[in-house]
Ligand binder design. Structure first.
Ligand SMILES: C[S@@+](CC[C@H](N)C(=O)[O-])C[C@H]1O[C@@H](n2cnc3c(N)ncnc32)[C@H](O)[C@@H]1O
Length: 206
């Protein structure tokens, strides 16, 4: 099955609480975004947004330039439905992050919780990094949450890559400076612990 069909079927078949990655609020991301000092007008892109409440929570906090990207139109439709009229203040991109057309030098922050680790092929990871380099402003930030070194080897029936601080920094290469990395134990709705690595990079000047 192709990647898009896999995710459409997943979101059609399962409620949020039936997905292992569900958490009511992306507290770690919200904290780092606040601490980053980005202005409320900063252009923020959430890739692999899924059905997470990050966009809702950023709107509530007064952020005004938000974009949600996902390969699953079902997931994006769920967020839109939840936001009602406020959905009009968000930009929606349905597509594969590795190939979809993104505006150049547009974003101050590239946020990704639990998408990057599904890119198990080097080619996919190169395409993903090329997309960041195209779409992120020089000096822009990347906040990424992947499975940690003791995280699961599969998620949603798909193989994943696991990262520690050093291997993630190596995967991102010299164009990105790792500023901070933290391990967090995520508790799935069914009560299983999953180790996540949160990493924050700044894009090096050209
Ligand atoms: C594990 S979920 C995480 C969702 C959300 N970030 C969260 O924390 O709840 C992974 C998300 O990445 C999306 N995704 C997977 N591969 C993708 C790709 N190549 N391009 C865009 N989205 C993708 C899936 O549709 C899904 O919404």
């Amino acid at each position: 099955m192709d990647v898009k069909s896999h995710w459409e079927q997943t979101f059609e078949a399962r409620t949020p609480a039936q997905t292992s990655w569900y958490t009511p609020h992306l507290q770690h991301s919200l904290r780092w975004i606040k601490e980053s000092g980005l202005p409320k007008t900063a252009a923020i892109l959430d890739v692999g947004a899924g059905r997470s409440t990050l966009i809702d929570d950023l709107l509530t906090r007064g952020y005004t330039d938000l974009t949600a990207l996902d390969i699953s139109e079902t997931a994006l439709a769920d967020i839109r439905q939840r936001l009602r009229q406020q959905a009009a203040f968000v930009t929606w991109i349905a597509g594969d992050v590795t190939t979809v057309s993104l505006p150049p030098s547009r974003y101050d922050l590239w946020h990704d919780r639990a998408l990057f680790h599904f890119l198990t092929e080097p080619t996919q990871r190169h395409q993903y990094l090329d997309q960041i380099k195209r779409a992120l402003k020089p000096g822009g930030l990347v906040m990424l949450s992947t499975f940690g070194p003791e995280g699961p080897v599969q998620c949603s029936g798909l193989a994943v890559c696991r990262y520690d601080r050093a291997s993630l920094a190596a995967a991102f290469g010299q164009d990105f400076i790792l500023q901070d990395a933290e391990i967090e134990m995520h508790m799935t709705p069914s009560g299983k612990p999953q180790q996540f690595l949160h990493a924050r990079f700044v894009r090096a000047a050209d």
